[in-house]
Design a protein around this ligand. Structure first.
Ligand code: HEC
Length: 449
C-alpha cells in the first residue's frame, strides 16, 4: 500500500514538473536519434570530439553544454550555409531538433523507456568509412620538436604488396590532431624491375633544411635504381585538413592504380607550432576497388598556387577588413564532385558560384562564418554541371582587425601570401575543385554513400 502511494506521488511530481499537456521529451525517443545521427561519429573513442556521446549517461553528464553548443550552432561543426547548397554528410540540426534538446535539458533529462533506446550505431574502428584493406604507417614515429615553429616536411612511406591493386580511396587518420595542419599525398608507382628495394632512403626531410627539392628527393630515394628516372606519380591521392573525411565515389568514378612496389609521397606535411616535444603517428587506410576506374578524377585550384590569380594581390593591411576575388572561365563542360574552400586565420567569409554565358547563376558554397578548424572537402549530393564558357567566381573576405579573435598578431600586422609559404600566420585564398569532363546524365548520379 505504502509503495503504491509513493509511486503515485512520483508520477504526480513528474507530470506537474514537465507540464501534463506537453509530451515528455525523452532520451530514448527524441534525443538519442539526434545525437547518433549528428554527434557520435566524432564524439566516440579515437575521434576528434573531446568526449563520447554514445550513452544516456554521456549525454546527461554533458547536457547543459549540449544545450549551449547546439543553440549557438557551434556543434555540430558545419560552416557551409545549408540554405544555399547541400552536401553529402551534411550535419546541421533543424530548429526543431535544437529546441527538443533545450527542452529535454530544461525538463531534467528524462531517459524515457530505457528498453526503447535505439542501438548505438556501429562505427568502424579507426576509420570514418569502414574496415580498410591495407593500412600504411609511418616507418618511424615522427618526433615533433617543441621549438614553437611551424614544420614542413616531405615524407616518403614505401610499401610492397603481393599484386597490383585498384584503389577507391585513401583515408588519413590523424594521430596528433592538434598539430597536424595538412597533408597532401601523392602516389609513387614503381615498375617492378626498375626498383629492387623500395625501402632504403631517409624517412623524411624537413623543408627548412632542404630548400633544394632535387637534393631532398635524392635523400628520400625517390628515383628508380638508375638514379636518373622517376616512377609514375599520381597527384592528390589523399588530402587532409582538420575535419576532413575523404569523398567515396560510386563504382567506376575516381580511384587509381597502386603497383606492387610503391610509396606514398607526402609532398606537404605541415605541423603547427608546439611548445613541448611531442610525436605523431598518423596512418593511412587504403580501400581497394573492385574494378579499375573508368573516369579518373581531375582537379584544379583557383587563387593561391592556382590557375586563376587572386585579385587584388593577397595583401591584408593591419586593421582592415578586405575582400578578394578569383575568377576562372571553364573551357569545356565539367561535372563538379567536390569543392574545398581554403583560407587561414584571418578568413571571415567565403562564397563561390558560377555564372553561365546565358547569365544563369549556379550556387556552389557560402560560408558566412569562416572557421579555420573545419575545412571540409564538400561533396555535392549529385554532380553539378558547369557548362563550357561559364565563369566560376570566388569571393573571400579577410578580417585583419583586433575584433578577429583568431588574429595571430596583436596588434594586427600586415599579412600576405608570401611566396610559397603555407605558414598559418601567412594567408592563403584558395578554392580546390575536383571534377570530371561532363557526360550525359552526370547530374543524376548520386554521390551519397
Ligand atoms: C565533425 C566532428 C564533430 C561533430 C559531428 C560534433 N562534434 Fe562536438 N566537438 C568536436 C570537437 C573537435 C570538439 C572540441 C572543439 C574545441 O575544443 O574547439 C567538440 C566539442 C564539443 C563540446 C564541448 C564544447 C566546449 O566548449 O567544451 C560539446 C558539448 C559538443 N562538442 C557537443 C556536440 C554535439 C551535441 C554534437 C551533435 C549535435 C556534436 N558535438 C557534433 C567535434 C564534433
Amino acid at each position: 500500500m505504502k509503495i503504491k502511494n509513493y509511486i503515485y506521488l512520483l508520477i504526480t511530481i513528474a507530470l506537474s514538473s514537465c507540464g501534463a499537456e506537453l509530451q515528455q521529451i525523452t532520451f530514448s525517443e527524441h534525443i538519442a536519434p539526434i545525437i547518433y545521427k549528428n554527434c557520435s561519429s566524432c564524439h566516440r573513442p579515437g575521434e576528434a570530439g573531446p568526449f563520447s556521446l554514445l550513452t544516456y549517461q554521456d549525454a546527461k553528464s554533458r547536457s547543459a553544454l549540449m544545450k549551449f553548443v547546439t543553440k549557438t550552432r557551434f556543434m555540430p561543426p558545419w560552416p557551409a550555409d545549408a540554405s544555399y547548397t547541400h552536401f553529402v554528410d551534411e550535419k546541421v540540426l533543424t530548429q526543431d531538433e535544437i529546441d527538443l534538446i533545450a527542452r529535454w535539458v530544461d525538463e531534467g533529462c528524462a531517459v524515457g523507456d530505457s528498453s526503447e533506446i535505439p542501438a548505438i550505431p556501429i562505427f568502424p574502428q579507426g576509420s570514418q568509412i569502414g574496415t580498410p584493406d591495407l593500412v600504411i604507417k609511418f616507418r618511424d614515429v615522427y618526433k615533433i620538436k617543441g621549438n614553437n615553429q611551424d614544420q614542413f616536411l616531405l615524407m616518403r612511406i614505401p610499401y610492397e604488396i603481393p599484386e597490383d591493386k585498384f584503389i577507391s580511396v585513401i583515408e588519413v587518420i590523424p594521430d596528433n590532431r592538434k598539430l597536424l595542419h595538412h597533408i597532401n599525398a601523392q602516389l609513387l608507382s614503381y615498375e617492378f624491375e626498375k626498383k629492387k628495394d623500395v625501402f632504403p632512403g631517409r624517412v623524411f626531410v624537413n623543408l627548412d633544411s632542404f630548400p633544394d627539392k632535387l637534393i631532398a628527393y635524392k635523400e628520400l630515394g625517390l628515383a628508380n635504381d638508375d638514379g636518373l628516372t622517376f616512377p609514375m606519380l599520381t597527384q592528390s591521392v589523399t588530402n587532409y585538413l582538420p575535419g576532413v573525411t575523404p569523398p567515396l565515389y560510386p563504382d567506376g568514378i575516381g580511384g587509381f592504380k597502386m603497383t606492387r612496389k610503391g610509396a606514398l609521397f607526402l609532398k606537404d606535411i605541415h605541423y603547427g607550432p608546439s611548445r613541448v616535444d611531442t610525436t605523431d603517428e598518423t596512418f593511412f587506410n587504403v580501400f581497394f576497388a573492385k574494378q579499375p576506374s573508368k573516369r579518373p578524377i581531375q582537379e584544379f585550384q583557383m587563387g593561391t598556387f592556382g590557375i586563376s590569380p587572386t585579385v587584388p594581390e593577397l595583401i591584408i593591411p593591419p586593421n582592415e577588413i578586405k575582400t578578394f576575388t578569383s575568377s576562372y572561365q571553364v573551357p569545356f563542360d565539367i561535372s563538379i564532385l567536390t569543392i574545398n574552400p581554403h583560407m587561414h586565420l584571418l578568413g571571415k567569409t567565403f562564397w563561390a558560384y558560377a555564372v553561365s554565358l546565358k547569365g544563369d547563376t549556379i550556387p556552389l558554397i557560402k560560408i558566412n562564418k569562416w572557421d579555420f578548424r573545419w575545412q571540409y572537402f564538400y561533396t555535392f549530393k549529385k554532380m553539378v554541371k558547369i557548362p563550357k564558357g561559364a565563369t566560376i567566381h570566388t569571393v573571400g573576405v579577410f578580417d585583419n582587425t583586433r575584433e578577429n579573435p583568431n588574429n595571430p598578431f596583436s596588434p594586427p600586422q600586415l599579412v600576405s601570401e608570401r611566396e610559397g609559404s603555407m605558414r598559418t600566420s601567412d594567408e592563403m585564398f584558395q578554392f580546390i575543385v575536383t571534377y570530371l569532363p561532363y557526360m550525359n546524365g552526370d547530374e543524376n548520379i548520386s554521390l551519397d554513400r
